[in-house]
Design a protein around this ligand. Structure first.
Ligand code: SF4
Ligand code: SF4
Length: 388
């Protein structure tokens, strides 16, 4: 049986969060179950981008502080970090409020620039990974995912959180090479199996719905989840937002290959009740059609595609920089007389090259990239069994 502790917590007032964290940890047997005094443990929050806590893009600093505090009290040596989708760790840590807390508590910033290859012979598909040094050399990892909608994987939670242990632009290579959803989800399962975080504490006090994982809307759920089983905690989070766990490829594959358990019969829920937290109108990012169809014509007719809302675009070019397709599927129109890219126009897409990884949608700082389902895709979605 896998255990998931659910602790209701209304907001990020620190005393409430600390008491929720302490209660959740105690229900799983206490901090001593996850680390010994003197061990070097990495805390891996979600630091997708340099955004303030109220935007709900990143793990909230109060959750980080409460979890870190519990482990420090136990005599554990902590470091922390993540490899943001764009821009460096320091900037994201500053803006999200984590850097200040870490400095106050004497927690070191881990090295997420340099990678080291880890061999993982047990991998179903990926037998090795280049992992950020901080994660590769830590004796253990505590993963602090944020619950958000995600254009590619539907939700981002515990299994997806380890993708940030792959340094910098290497992440784009995985998007470019693993062009089918099943392959990408299998890679996430292998990566999580390779890194084996000892504990997951999911920040679902304020989740994100809609155009996630960066530009959606905050949505209150009011809970923290705790588990050492990434499949169980993601399955519980999926149920909380009204989704069938096996409709998410990474959860289904995770159970299939033994990463954890998603079936209700295999889970012991501890702490507070799940039922009052369940919401049935949680908005997804809409990209749920067969995202990785390889035939261009069929794909363009059916699969959600990214589009730029011109009035929101500030012409920063981040979408072009992060596009992993080769050649790039998004580019400036031309050079204007001042040598500025795009001649004042937003970038444009070449949908035949676009692999629908949605990195441009994920990392646009202005929320200017939305996903639109072509007419045939809408008809196709109506034929599919409901996810919610
Ligand atoms: S779409 Fe977004 S990321 Fe791309 S140039 Fe415009 S604002 Fe920047
Ligand atoms: S254009 Fe956007 S969705 Fe298409 S491949 Fe590039 S980053 Fe991915």
């Amino acid at each position: 049986m896998s255990k998931v502790a659910i602790i209701h917590c209304d907001d990020y007032e620190y005393d409430k969060v600390r008491s929720a964290v302490n209660r959740g940890l105690e229900l799983l047997g206490g901090v001593r179950q996850f680390a010994r005094p003197g061990e070097r443990i990495l805390i891996k929050p979600n630091l997708l981008a340099a955004d303030p806590p109220e935007r709900c893009v990143t793990t909230h600093p109060a959750v980080f502080e409460a979890v870190a505090g519990a482990f420090l009290q136990h005599g554990v040596q902590l470091s922390y970090g993540d490899s943001p989708g764009f821009g460096g760790l320091n900037k994201a840590a500053q803006k999200s409020g984590l850097a200040m807390i870490a400095a106050k508590m004497g927690i070191e910033t881990g090295n997420f620039e340099v990678g080291e290859r880890l061999i993982f012979n047990e991998g179903i598909q990926n037998k090795s990974f280049v992992i950020a040094q901080a994660a590769a050399r830590a004796q253990g990892i505590i993963s602090l995912p944020k619950l958000k909608s995600h254009a590619l994987t539907t939700l981002t939670g515990a299994i997806k959180n380890q993708f940030g242990c792959i340094p910098g632009l290497l992440k784009g290579e995985y998007h470019a090479k693993l062009t089918e959803m099943k392959q990408f989800a299998t890679m996430l399962v292998d990566l999580t199996g390779c890194l084996k975080p000892r504990l997951y504490v999911m920040d679902a006090i304020m989740a994100m719905e809609g155009n996630g994982p960066r530009n959606g809307k905050p949505r209150k759920i009011g809970a923290l989840l705790f588990s050492s089983d990434p499949v169980a905690i993601d399955a519980t989070a999926a149920r909380m937002v009204g989704l069938l766990p096996d409709s998410l490829e990474m959860i289904r594959i995770g159970q299939q290959y033994g990463l954890g358990r998603m079936d209700k019969e295999a889970l012991t829920l501890l702490g507070d009740a799940l039922a009052p937290l369940v919401i049935t109108d949680f908005q997804l990012a809409h990209a749920r059609t067969m995202a990785r169809l390889t035939n261009n014509r069929v794909r363009n007719a059916i699969v959600e595609r990214p589009e730029i809302q011109e009035e929101k675009c500030i012409r920063c070019g981040i979408c072009i920089q992060v596009c992993p397709a080769a050649p790039k599927a998004i580019q400036w129109t031309d050079e204007d007389e001042d040598g500025k890219p795009g001649g004042g126009k937003p970038p444009y897409y070449d949908y035949d090259r676009c692999i629908r990884c949605y990195c441009c949608q994920e990392l646009c700082p202005e929320g200017a990239v939305i996903l639109r389902t072509p007419f045939l895709g809408q008809a196709f979605n109506r034929l599919k069994p409901p996810v919610i």
